[in-house]
Design a protein around this ligand. Structure first.
Ligand code: IVH
Length: 672
């Protein structure tokens, strides 16, 4: 009986994976979605009853059940280099010359020209045919292990085609490629986010990168990510050439972009670049250039790399797309933290497949520098971001009566006088009860990346603020006072109110770092909030810390520490925090108790390379014993843990007389 079940599970996994491949890699489905879902359901049920038969390549394993805490860092076996750029044909000929100069005389050189996909690069390692891990590029030397998220991408094989893998004769292979989101899918996602009052992604690349860093793979699986792979390597041996590697990759079950060309000479590369630029707008995904690679792996090795880029490959960057239009009006918008930004309303014009009617003008200095005026005919450009910018003014088309732009004296929303810090170019509204600021801070507080209160999106918040149900984000937790009024609102029945109140209640359980991010201290983004929460563990400790103490937290500099001190010095903010505390929000980290108090209150600085553990492991151990790790050495540092090749921090520690310990001593102290 169980034998039969095992066979049945195996057969379902096989069938489903074949359908997956046909649907997601080949884009040629052979069954209806409904039939696929039925097969998947059957498999899920069997696996639930017989978990011992769950195999790693089962399609049910694409979304694990665990939330990843934080991603582990992993060192790349071979660094993930970036590419030098070329911007015109001349530079491509220069590249060809450099390649030839770097190779023995009479060496024939072939190139492979491919599309440069505009997404996030990823390294996939397969061992014995199974996906072992997926690591981001990071700084090129070490990246983050985001396997849980990459597994959700249906076009990433969890298991390679066994025949093709066997033929390669390698145990381990590494495959590199680009994860991306199609433009249409990106637009849809942004549209949904707009409806929910969430911050919009600037472009498909940002939404890809943002999605891959999400800590909940269940959200990732709902986002339409895809992959093209473009590089194959193995620690076991060298392959022969890149073009046959692309064939191998396709045979192994990967999606390889079909637009590439094996070129016998650089002239063909130039032709490919021209046709790729023409193809650009008709593709469903974004590309930002062409990548040109020397085909022979042997020649690649001879050429080697300089600093951060290989000598055997280069990218050809497309020119940014431009259009000409007229500025109808210049308006000043007030952002979440009060920044007043000029925006140009344009005569609608088609640019890179979408109609553009607004462009950011950044700040008044930018307007002065380019002398932009209402009525001007301007050249606009779409760079990497979705919001286009004004590049220059077509001066001979300027109307004779045009006047120079002047910044507003008063806030366009509340009318209060604007403030301009001397060191900045921006103007700010500093009126804490300005509706624009109040709305902005509540929208941020409730957004998905902060307190994640479903149902409390941008539009609803605007209405609630206009009706004075909300005057600050703390009022969210007393919204039930207005239940009756809200239920009467159009499109807002009993059920939505109940759901909203439930979502508000749930948000009280959000961890401290989310709360710290949500309260909207200027410059404290989600990353900084995590580090601060990690270090201080308690808002009261953060409030009483000095600027210097705050700057001891890795990656936290003076602008953040000053901003934190300023935030807590305002009575209005302290009152809001007190209120939020009384509603039960978390202002303390729920950290595991330290194993012992060996390092209680002691500050460590790590420097150099440790041999038996990573820095993260050392940090964890220090924290387990009640200590903390800070980034720079000062007289208040208790210990410097110095590994191999320790540099200036070690010198400083010696000068200041700080205790220096090596890895062995550290191990002895911690009895490891
Ligand atoms: S090859 C040494 N091929 O462009 C080989 N890269 O600036 C380097 N990219 O980080 C990568 N499409 O994320 C290669 N067909 C393609 C690519 C591609 C996009 C990205 C990749 C890399 C960056 C290089």
């Amino acid at each position: 009986m169980t034998h039969q079940i095992k066979n049945k599970i195996e057969s379902l996994v096989k069938q489903l994976n074949e359908h997956n491949y046909k649907y997601y890699v080949l884009a040629q489905p052979v069954i209806e979605d409904y039939d696929y879902d039925m097969l998947l359901k059957e498999l899920q049920q069997l696996e639930e009853n017989y978990p011992e038969y769950i195999s790693p390549e089962s399609p049910t394993q694409r979304v694990g059940s665990d939330l990843s805490e934080k991603f582990k860092t992993v060192e790349h076996r071979v660094p993930m280099l970036s590419l030098s750029n070329t911007y015109n044909e001349e530079e491509l000929y220069d590249f060809d010359r450099r390649v030839r100069d770097g190779l023995p005389e009479n060496n024939e050189v072939e190139y492979v020209a491919e599309l440069k996909i505009d997404g996030a690069s990823i390294s996939l390692t397969y061992e014995n045919g199974y996906l072992k891990n997926a690591v981001t590029r990071g700084d090129g030397t070490t990246g983050e292990d985001i396997t849980v998220n990459v597994k959700t991408i249906r076009s990433v094989p969890l298991k390679l085609n066994p025949n093709a893998f066997e033929k390669l004769g390698a145990n381990t292979i590494e495959v590199r490629g680009e994860i991306f989101m199609e433009v249409e899918a990106f637009r849809k996602l942004n549209h949904e986010r707009e409806t929910n009052g969430e911050k919009l992604f600037a472009n498909p690349r940002n939404s890809t990168a943002g999605t891959l860093k999400l800590l909940d793979p269940k959200i990732v699986t709902k986002r339409p990510l895809d992959i093209f792979v473009y590089y194959l390597l193995s620690p076991d041996f060298d392959f022969e050439n890149h073009s046959s590697n692309l064939d191998h990759l396709r045979d192994l079950g990967f999606k390889v972009n079909k637009h590439f060309r094996l070129c016998k000479e650089i002239k063909e590369v130039v032709e490919f670049c021209r046709s790729a630029e023409e193809l650009r707008d008709s593709l469903p995904y974004e590309i930002d250039g062409v990548v040109i690679k020397v085909n022979s792996v042997k020649q690649q090795k001879t050429l080697g790399s300089i600093a951060k880029a290989p000598r055997w490959a280069v990218s050809y960057k497309f020119k940014a797309k431009q259009a000409i239009t007229v500025i109808r009006d210049i308006v000043w918008q007030v952002g979440r933290v009060g920044t007043v930004t000029p925006v140009a309303n344009l005569e609608p014009v088609l640019l890179a497949g979408s109609t553009i009617s607004r462009a950011t003008l950044h700040n008044i200095d930018e307007i002065y520098r380019k002398d932009i005026r209402v009525g001007d005919t301007v050249r606009i450009e779409k760079g990497g971001d979705v919001i286009p910018k004004v590049v220059s003014v077509v001066e001979d088309k300027r109307p004779s009566n045009s006047v120079k732009v002047t910044p507003p004296d008063n806030c366009p929303v509340c009318g209060e006088k604007l403030f301009k810090p001397e060191v900045e170019v921006a103007y700010y509204c500093v009126n804490t009860v300005c509706p624009a600021l109040v709305k902005g801070s509540i929208i941020h507080f409730a957004s998905r990346t902060a307190m994640d209160i479903e149902g409390l999106g941008e539009r609803i918040i605007e209405i609630f603020v206009d009706k004075s149900y909300l005057r600050s984000y703390a009022d969210i937790y007393q919204l039930d006072k207005y239940s009756n009024e809200i239920k009467e609102m159009e499109g807002f029945g009993e059920k939505s109110m109940d759901n909203l109140l439930a979502a508000i209640e749930t948000s009280k359980a959000k961890p401290f770092e989310k709360v710290l991010f949500a309260i909207g201290i200027r410059y404290v983004g989600s990353g900084a909030a995590i580090k601060l929460a990690d270090h201080f563990g308690d808002i009261d400790k953060l409030i009483s810390a000095t600027e210097e103490e705050i700057e001891e937290v890795p990656d936290i500099g003076p602008s953040i520490s000053k901003s934190i001190k300023l935030f807590f010095s305002e009575d209005k903010n302290s009152e809001v925090i007190t209120r939020l505390k009384s509603y039960g929000l978390r202002f303390k980290s729920e950290k595991a108790e330290p194993l012992s108090d060996l390092f209680n209150g002691k500050k460590f600085v790590l420097t150099g390379t440790l041999s038996g553990m990573t820095r993260e492991e050392a940090k964890e151990r220090i924290m387990n014993y009640g200590g903390s790790v800070v980034s720079s050495v000062s007289a208040r540092t208790d210990y410097v843990l110095a590994g191999e090749k320790a540099g200036s921090k070690l010198e400083k520690a010696k000068k200041l007389g700080v205790a220096i310990i090596n890895e062995e001593e550290f191990n002895n102290m911690t009895e490891q």
